[in-house]
Design a protein around this ligand. Sequence first.
Ligand code: AMP
Length: 283
Amino acid sequence: MKVIETVDAFRDARCRAAEPLGLVPTMGYLHEGHLALVRRARADNRTVAASIFVNPTQFAPTEDLATYPRDMEGDLEKLEREGVDLVFAPDSDAVYPAGFDTYVDVGDVANRLEGQHRPGHFRGVATVVCKLLTIVRPDRAYFGQKDAQQCLVIRKLNADLNLGAEIVVVPTVRDPDGLALSSRNAYLKPEERAAALTLSRSLHLAREMYDDGVRDTEEIRSRMQALIESEPGARLDYVSIADAQTLDEFDAIDRPALVSLAVHVGSVRLIDNALLPSRLGAG
Ligand code: AMP
């Protein structure tokens, strides 16, 4: 496994790599969710590249960039074990050299949900993913359903700017009790981790109601909201039930829907989502 820190050296290595090449972009502090993407990429491609880069432009000044968990040594061991060929691990100056001044703004789909609650977040995500897809030129790029809106933003970016990668979305990996794996779970104290289960429980409730024939989004949303509000350790940011492609909110579920939510638990903001009807393994 080669670990490469500069854009030029990565381009060089990429030229000599066997095709097809699959890319797994990450911000590091890797867990089984990230490794599910790596395994899928390993199964699909002759060369697997992963990137580890905590992207400063997707964090607001008030967010957790400085304290975002990092473990480069542990991450490299995990990637090596999964048979990754190339790791791109640039520092911030390699990606954003002095004078950098070009950003990518995806339209409508980036302006809802997380886009509303974290202004500028998807501008940072789209900019860095655009750069990664341009530097790495993967045949396929792998992203997690855990960040469902991010997947929609990246599909749009890839299509609109003709970046030419096949975007593969991998189902959310969860702990046995339902909590979606996230690098930010590392911040949770034991009692907060228990409160964090309210996210997956409320999604489970939505799925049960849907399976019982409920289609009224307000009815489902208010039951989810009540469940989250009954957990004293959790503070709801939003619950949304929206068209799974456009993220337009609707009154009755008459087409595939994305149920998504963001909840503060202690100092941590967690997101999770589910598709209705559930796509096999996509929850
Ligand atoms: P991050 O390091 O948080 O930027 O995540 C890198 C990639 O891993 C993104 O495509 C995420 O959606 C994906 N990912 C994060 N958590 C999970 C999870 N629990 N299951 C599947 N994919 C995940």
